[in-house]
Design a protein around this ligand. Structure first.
Ligand code: GLU
Length: 328
């Protein structure tokens, strides 16, 4: 059976250089292994969504040569499926309500003898008595729903990061406002779309044991993983709009063509020399996951003239890693 790879952006604005770079690696890994490649919009947070971003993101990806099979999937069309899975987990007694605020969680983790890693839930609401739950419920605050993980640990062999093992914590599967959470739906949707190869930013490595826990509970076969080092600013921070000409539109406004931006992406991945303009087929020929850079890529700020493949900074080692989706 033919495998399937995917790219799963959130339609919250234009994709930046780091997003485009991860998408290009996902496409190259899928196509070089004869996989189909699908698009999924992670759009469950209505406050963050920008309606124009769906079409703009797809247009930018396609302008670079990143093509998709079939229609994009939107998570907001899938809320019934998520509700069913959540009901199943509740029925299996694998969940509990949690009233903790972010601050309470931070403080519990920072406490002496704090039981868990930063970003992991310390278990405050896990063993509340019936009376304690009733008391919290009376506050009127709507609880989040957490999945019991019982410290289950998982190992996987990441195509870029190498062997990884880590514990799942009792993470949120439904927020207090009723929205199903990323760490649950990512697994449900990858299964629904028959994705067997997951490529994404390496800020999600630490959340992957949670995904493996969900897959195990639901009897879903785990995909293979490749976590791509992030693109960072010169200050070592995750790349963002404030870092200058970071999107395809920004760079087009500076006079670059999509081919030039593709070339810059290829240079950043060690797949082209500055000044070359490789086609997607050439990139596929050259692509070897074993040779991809394993360090964050430092993005040179634009603004001193057009930001071309020639003046995008080389690969620099940055040791801080960032955490995302880990505390929610
Ligand atoms: N939606 C996430 C992002 O935009 C990606 C999540 C995933 O690929 O699993 O970074």
């Amino acid at each position: 059976m033919m495998g399937i790879g995917r790219y799963a952006p959130s339609p919250t604005g234009d994709l930046h250089f780091g997003n485009l770079r991860t998408a290009l690696v996902a496409w190259l890994l899928a196509r070089s292994t004869q996989r189909r490649f699908v698009l999924r919009f992670e759009d469950l947070d209505p406050d963050a969504i920008i309606e124009d971003a769906y079409a703009a993101q797809r247009r930018d990806l396609e302008a670079l040569g990143i093509d998709f099979d079939g229609q994009a999937l939107s998570q907001r069309d899938r809320v019934d499926a998520y509700a069913e899975v959540i009901a199943e987990l509740v029925n299996r007694d694998l969940t509990y309500p949690c009233w903790c605020s972010r601050r309470e969680i931070r403080e519990a983790v920072a406490a002496p003898n704090g039981p868990v890693e930063p970003g992991q839930y310390p278990g405050t609401c896990r063993e509340l008595s019936r009376a304690e739950r009733a008391e919290r419920a009376e506050s009127g605050k709507r609880p989040a729903l957490r999945l019991r993980s019982d410290g289950a640990t998982y190992s996987f062999d990441d195509a870029l990061v190498g062997p990884v093992s880590g514990a799942s914590d009792d993470f949120v599967i439904r927020r207090g406002d009723g929205t199903p959470a990323y760490n649950l739906v990512v697994v449900v949707d990858d299964d629904f779309q028959r994705v067997d190869q997951v490529v994404r930013g390496d800020d999600l490595v630490s959340s992957t044991p949670r995904h493996l826990h969900v897959a195990w509970l639901l009897g879903i076969e785990a995909p293979t993983y490749a976590h791509v080092p992030l693109v960072v600013s010169e200050a070592g921070e995750r790349l963002a709009k404030r870092d200058g000409a970071v999107t395809l539109s920004d760079r087009r406004a500076l006079g670059e063509t999509p081919e030039q931006v593709r070339a810059a992406l290829a240079v950043s991945l060690g797949l082209a020399e500055p000044g070359e303009s490789p086609s997607m087929d050439q990139l596929l020929d050259r692509f070897d996951p074993a040779l991809l850079p394993r360090q964050p890529f430092v993005y040179a700020p634009a603004g001193n003239g057009p930001n071309t493949a020639d003046n995008v900074a080389g690969v620099t080692s940055v040791t801080e890693s960032s955490e995302r989706n880990s505390s929610s």
